[in-house]
Design a protein around this ligand. Structure first.
Ligand code: BTN
Length: 326
């Protein structure tokens, strides 16, 4: 057998641990062909990637909750071969957005998508870190080119939020809401986020790297998330499949992006309205140093937030909303 890389060894170890039982260091060492101390180091590395692993003297190691590893075969089941070639399933990456940037340099096609088990440098909006523990969530990035510069991308993040929210609804996650510009909330806590990074020139062809993170089943001891959060398992229990959700989200994005490219945001506005977290609520729009109080009145065809103040209803394209109690 060829020598396995550390990543392959860890995946192999996880396959043993994933049966819900305790495994002694000795048995694991025998099965994987390593020393017990090497096993202990790999377990430490897996814990550092955010996996919750119990280590009990005399009994060995056990995964706190079993995980469904990503499977290219399951995600691509029923897809045409040209489509399966667009799907890249990785193990541990810095950020799936960065993997896509590399693929873009190799002239990747529209719809190329990368998923990973874990991110060591996951990014959120506004310079935040996106905590990305191993095997417990969805980290996905998709590439799409727009020929007419930034203008053609106006409202893209709103559209992606709508597609993401609809996909979650298809899996029985009900009552989720969209927080402008593109967060998905469940039970008033953050469930998913979108980070779109753009490559290219403002007035020529630009490529959007659409990064999506969905909390599926975060470890109980997850650390480092600096806002109220929830996950899909807290909302609907754990009878969902990571691979099935990934597949559906990819297919829904593939279907929606050409529509958005041809018709803009208009076909998606109705769905946004239905899920708008702040519709007709009093909010404060914070944009840099500026704070404007008003009533949120939905979005316009460009995805701008419509804010009603004493001056009337005006569109706002940037910033971050925070709600103020009435
Ligand atoms: C946010 O709400 O702040 C956006 C979070 C976006 C996270 C996703 S996970 C996949 C992709 N890779 C990253 O590094 N970030 C995005």
């Amino acid at each position: 057998m060829n020598k396995m890389t550390s990543q392959q060894l860890r995946t192999h170890l996880l396959e043993y641990l994933n049966d819900g039982h305790f495994h002694s260091g000795e048995t694991l060492a025998e099965n994987v062909g390593l020393s017990r101390s090497a096993i202990s180091n790999h377990i430490k590395a897996l814990s550092q990637l955010g996996l919750e692993i119990y280590s009990v003297k005399g009994r060995g190691y056990q995964l706190a909750q079993s995980i469904e590893l990503l499977s290219h075969t399951r995600i691509c089941k029923g897809m045409r071969s040209a489509q399966t070639e667009l799907v890249h399933v990785e193990n541990i990456v810095g950020s799936t957005n960065d993997i896509l940037r590399q693929l873009l340099q190799k002239r990747a096609e529209n719809g190329t998508v990368c998923l990973a088990e874990a991110q060591t440098a996951g990014r959120g909006r506004r310079g935040r870190t996106w905590v990305s523990p191993y095997g417990s969530s969805l980290y996905l990035s998709m590439l799409w080119r727009f020929d007419n510069g930034y203008q053609a991308m106006t409202g893209l993040s709103i559209m992606v939020g709508v597609v993401l929210n609809n996909t979650l609804t298809q899996f029985g996650v009900r009552g989720t809401r969209l927080k402008w510009p593109n967060d998905v909330y469940g039970d008033n806590k953050k469930l998913a986020g979108i980070l779109i990074e753009v490559e290219g020139q403002a007035d020529a062809s630009v490529s959007a790297i659409i990064g999506i993170g969905v909390n599926l089943r975060l470890p109980n001891d997850v650390k480092g998330i600096d806002q109220a959060f929830t996950d899909v398992s807290a909302l609907i229990g754990s009878s969902f499949s990571r691979n099935e959700i990934s597949k559906k989200l990819i297919e829904n994005l593939w279907a929606a992006l050409p529509v958005f490219q041809a018709e803009g945001l208009q076909p998606f506005i109705n769905d946004w309205d239905k899920a708008d977290l702040y519709k007709d609520k009093e909010v404060i729009l914070i944009s840099g140093e500026k704070q404007i109080k008003g009533i949120a009145r939905g979005i316009d065809n460009g995805g701008a937030l419509l804010l009603e103040t004493k001056q009337g209803i005006e569109p706002y394209y940037g910033g971050e909303i925070s709600v103020r109690p009435a």
